[in-house]
Write a protein that binds this ligand. Structure first.
Ligand SMILES: *[C@@H]1O[C@H](CO)[C@@H](O)[C@H](O)[C@H]1NC(C)=O
Ligand SMILES: *[C@@H]1O[C@H](CO)[C@@H](O)[C@H](O)[C@H]1NC(C)=O
Ligand SMILES: *[C@@H]1O[C@H](CO)[C@@H](O)[C@H](O)[C@H]1NC(C)=O
Ligand SMILES: *[C@@H]1O[C@H](CO)[C@@H](O)[C@H](O)[C@H]1NC(C)=O
Ligand SMILES: *[C@@H]1O[C@H](CO)[C@@H](O)[C@H](O)[C@H]1NC(C)=O
Ligand SMILES: *[C@@H]1O[C@H](CO)[C@@H](O)[C@H](O)[C@H]1NC(C)=O
Length: 439
């Protein structure tokens, strides 16, 4: 006879304090500051020179294109495919792009396919067009040096006070940012203030600039800045302007709530930003206090990268992207909140339906001596034995005092013995029979 114990630990204990122990990072990776490199006018050198330099360090920039200047669409598409952001710099680069807010988005969006669409606009000549139209079509509108518009040059952790007026400091011959030290000095200020600095670059000295002839910048100075960022990667987050803007808006609108039991914590990360401009599912960085030395983190069933450091588990998750589960990686079993233990003894070989009736099973092919509702009986060693019936495995478990698994869902064999394969249903073992479909 077999004994099975199924212990179900209370799921999702109500009122758990774990929600308070989960925090969203001010910046991705819990870094101290953010930096964005933006490039105006769609120069050929942006594709041929800037893209590869950024890719070399694993960083991404924002490239603001002028639709009527017919930039190298396939070249910029390949930048977008590499994770860079392509954005609008108007249709015609007039003195004031007012009236082209929506159409330039549609036009450029028709040429460039990228995950979040065209979500950033940079104004030609730094002139703010119709703010309402900007904010209806874009997540962020970019001016030039903030100080020109009465804004700060380095933005705070919540971005600009007006999302139609994000600052970017001009680089190159006409700006104050020329050398690597100039760039890194601004990035250090962002780190020190937990803020966000953006740079505005046009063409590069000595490179093929096309229409981007204003204020050439030394690309080597930018490369030096990226090298510095790589060395200080734990402090500075380098990312495209639109992505940083999205992160800030999501972070400020998101709530994370959780519940837990002894071996897992479950979280919901949600915001209710309308998706009229984009889907706002840029991943947010989360950390949760833990005493576990090994964890596995999943969202909506898919595994997330995670690390444990100084008593926290760190991972990035998508808001409104399904349940986040942090499991104790040292816990045994499937790690679900249900712990399964069994004393189900492995029966002697030859066991079959008859064992539940106190008889042995026939070990060799035997003539049928008797048939009843239990099955077919033979005789071996002067005793009845049950003839294993491989053609009739349907609901074999019932003879053993268990239910057969329902056919409502596919089955996973959690345990196998010579009786057959077992799954768990409603906290009890059930036998997988020929009427079930395996997952
Ligand atoms: C456009 O960019 C691609 C690289 O993606 C390059 O091979 C091609 O020469 C560029 N075309 C022009 C006209 O610059
Ligand atoms: C640009 O156009 C907008 C909307 O018409 C207007 O409010 C703004 O003052 C203009 N800017 C300049 C510098 O002319
Ligand atoms: C802003 O840019 C202008 C022109 O490029 C430059 O003269 C000025 O010094 C800059 N201001 C700051 C604070 O960088
Ligand atoms: C533009 O490109 C040329 C080389 O093609 C370079 O010599 C020049 O410095 C660049 N000028 C500007 C304004 O970017
Ligand atoms: C958890 O697992 C890690 C590595 O597998 C091990 O070093 C550690 O001692 C385990 N902790 C516990 C509490 O079992
Ligand atoms: C955990 O168990 C519950 C109830 O049996 C089930 O609905 C859920 O899908 C399981 N989750 C995982 C990750 O196995």
């Amino acid at each position: 006879m077999k004994f099975i114990t199924v212990i179900t630990v209370a799921m999702f204990a109500a009122g758990s304090a774990y929600g308070q122990n989960a925090e969203i990072g001010t910046w991705a990776g819990f870094r101290k500051g953010a930096a964005s490199f933006t490039f105006d006018d769609g120069a050929p050198s942006h594709v041929s020179d800037a893209g590869p330099v950024f890719d070399k360090y694993g960083y991404k920039g924002t490239f603001n294109l002028v639709y009527n200047w017919n930039p190298n669409w396939s070249g910029f598409q390949s930048l977008a495919d590499n994770g860079h952001e392509i954005a609008s710099h108007s249709n015609s680069h007039g003195q004031n792009m007012s009236g082209e807010e929506a159409s330039s988005k549609t036009n450029i969006g028709g040429k460039i396919k990228q995950k979040y669409g065209i979500i950033t606009v940079a104004y030609p000549n730094c002139n703010v067009p119709n703010e309402r139209a900007v904010l209806q079509n874009y997540i962020v509108g970019r001016i030039c040096n903030g100080s020109w518009q009465g804004m700060s040059d380095i933005m705070g952790k919540n971005g600009p006070s007006n999302w139609a007026k994000a600052s970017a400091i001009m680089t190159g011959s006409e700006g104050q940012i020329k050398s690597t030290n100039d760039f890194t000095g601004q990035m250090q200020k962002a780190v020190q203030s937990n803020g966000w600095v953006a740079f505005l670059t046009h063409g590069f000295s000595g490179k093929n600039n096309g229409s981007a002839t204003y204020s050439p910048t030394d690309l080597g100075a930018i490369e030096g800045a990226l090298q510095w960022a790589k060395q200080n990667d734990k402090d500075i987050w380098v990312a495209p302007m639109g992505f940083v803007a999205m992160y800030i808006k999501e972070r400020n609108a998101a709530k994370i709530e959780g519940s837990s039991d002894s071996n897992s914590m479950t979280f919901e990360l949600k915001h209710n930003i309308a998706d009229s401009i984009s889907k706002y599912d840029y991943p947010l960085s989360i950390r949760v206090k833990t005493s576990w030395s090994k964890v596995e983190v999943t969202q909506n069933g898919a595994k997330l990268d995670s690390k444990i450091e100084s008593g926290y588990v760190y991972f990035d998750a998508v808001p409104n992207g399904g349940k986040i589960v942090v499991k104790n990686g040292n816990a045994t079993g499937t790690g679900n909140t249900t712990t399964r233990t069994t004393t189900k003894t492995i029966p002697s070989s030859g066991s079959c339906w008859a064992s539940s009736l106190g008889y042995k099973c026939c070990t060799s092919s035997t003539v049928v001596a008797y048939t009843d509702s239990n099955g077919q009986w033979g005789i071996q060693n002067d005793d009845w034995c049950g003839i294993p019936n491989t053609n009739n495995r349907n609901c074999w478990a019932r003879n053993l005092g268990y239910n057969c698994c329902s056919t409502q869902s596919c089955r996973n064999a959690q345990f196998s013995d010579t009786d057959g394969q077992w799954d768990i249903e409603n906290g009890e073992w059930c036998g997988i029979s020929t009427s079930n479909v395996l997952c």
